[in-house]
Design a protein around this ligand. Structure first.
Ligand SMILES: C[S@@+](CC[C@H](N)C(=O)[O-])C[C@H]1O[C@@H](n2cnc3c(N)ncnc32)[C@H](O)[C@@H]1O
Length: 324
């Protein structure tokens, strides 16, 4: 984080726990934390504690969010796309979040982090990839934000230490979705509210991107990005035209593997192009993409004893909401 270090910031590592043994952490230096129980040490990279290797399976996400640090932020586009999505999916009101301890898992470049911080929540945002540094550069100005590079499989926090859990666009991109989904809830206190969304299966219509992914997901991120950046401007006009043709939309748009965003209220051509490049890369690059069925999500929620669970279909997603 780029803000000057206050005393509170200097001591916040004391609320972290060793992900291996859950021991407390002490600060050996500005760049190193150490577990007081098992002795494991963890680097602090540019102010962000890191509990995972620098370069894991989510490397493409680190690449995309550092290249597109601002693209998705409401403060950058001037259109409240992320705010509207967060409120619509969760059903929460901004005032419900003020002063509340929120865990945001898989924060990417921080478009929802920004919204949560602006609402006055006490936000802890976690991402496994170097996207945390994009988030820090954009949102490090918020005194109510803490950022950690860690995995949802091994969150470096005390049990039941958050009142709200938000995880959007993440768990389908993990190698073991059931384990990731279930691990999220360890840090939510009983009675805490949650909103987790997951790509929905079965996919309504097959999409050409699913044919391309076995090849593209193996490509080095920079090479794939260069390809996407070259192809998207050529295909975007066609993809948008098909998207505007009511009868063709469900079928033919699936043949053009370019993401379009005509229904979000974005109008600036440069913004629409940047979103298309970003989302097309986001379709093609992740190592894992594992949509889930409603039945499976309901079973996992039942296994965890979650209450008031609603599983709602929103376009290609299932949104799972409820209370722990
Ligand atoms: C599609 S992005 C979504 C980011 C953000 N939630 C958004 O909607 O803009 C998925 C994010 O999940 C992160 N991710 C994947 N596996 C993870 C894990 N095991 N723990 C934490 N984050 C993970 C990726 O690094 C990536 O930033």
């Amino acid at each position: 984080m780029t803000r000057p270090e206050t005393s509170a910031a200097r001591h916040w590592h004391e609320t972290l726990r060793c992900p291996r043994c859950r021991g407390g952490l002490c600060r050996l230096s500005a760049e190193l934390l150490c577990c007081t129980a098992c002795g494991a040490s963890y680097p602090v990279d540019r102010g962000v504690p890191r509990f995972v290797p620098e370069d894991g399976y989510a490397r493409s996400f680190g690449y995309q969010w550092n290249r597109h640090r601002l693209t998705r932020l409401d403060s950058f586009t001037g259109v409240p796309v992320s705010r509207d999505r967060l409120l619509a999916e969760s059903g929460w009101r901004p005032e419900d979040l003020r002063g509340v301890r929120v865990l945001e898992a898989g924060s990417g470049a921080g478009r929802f982090t920004e919204v949560l911080c602006e609402m006055g929540a006490l936000v802890t945002s976690v991402d496994i990839s170097s996207a945390v540094h994009a988030n820090a550069a954009s949102n490090g100005r918020f005194p109510n934000l803490r950022l950690v590079q860690a995995s949802v499989y091994d969150l470096p926090f005390e049990e039941e230490s958050f009142e709200v859990l938000v995880c959007l666009g993440v768990v389908q991109h993990t190698p073991d979705v059931e384990r990731a989904f279930k691990a999220l809830f360890r840090c939510l206190r009983p009675g805490g509210r949650f909103c987790v969304d997951v790509y929905a299966a079965p996919v309504a219509y097959p999409h050409l991107r699913q044919v391309l992914r076995p090849f593209t997901r193996r490509m080095p991120p920079a090479r794939l990005y260069a390809l996407v950046e070259a192809v998207v401007p050529r295909l975007l006009p066609l993809a948008r035209r098909l998207g505007r043709t009511p009868k063709a939309r469900p079928y033919l748009t699936r043949l053009v593997p370019v993401a379009t965003h005509d229904r979000l209220g974005l109008t600036d051509p440069a913004t629409l192009l940047a979103w298309s490049v970003l989302d097309t890369f986001d379709w093609l690059s992740p190592r894992y993409e594992r949509p889930q069925t409603r039945r499976r999500l309901r079973r996992w929620a039942a296994d965890l004893g979650l209450r008031e669970v609603a599983v709602e279909r929103r376009r290609g997603l299932y949104v799972v909401r409820g209370v722990k």
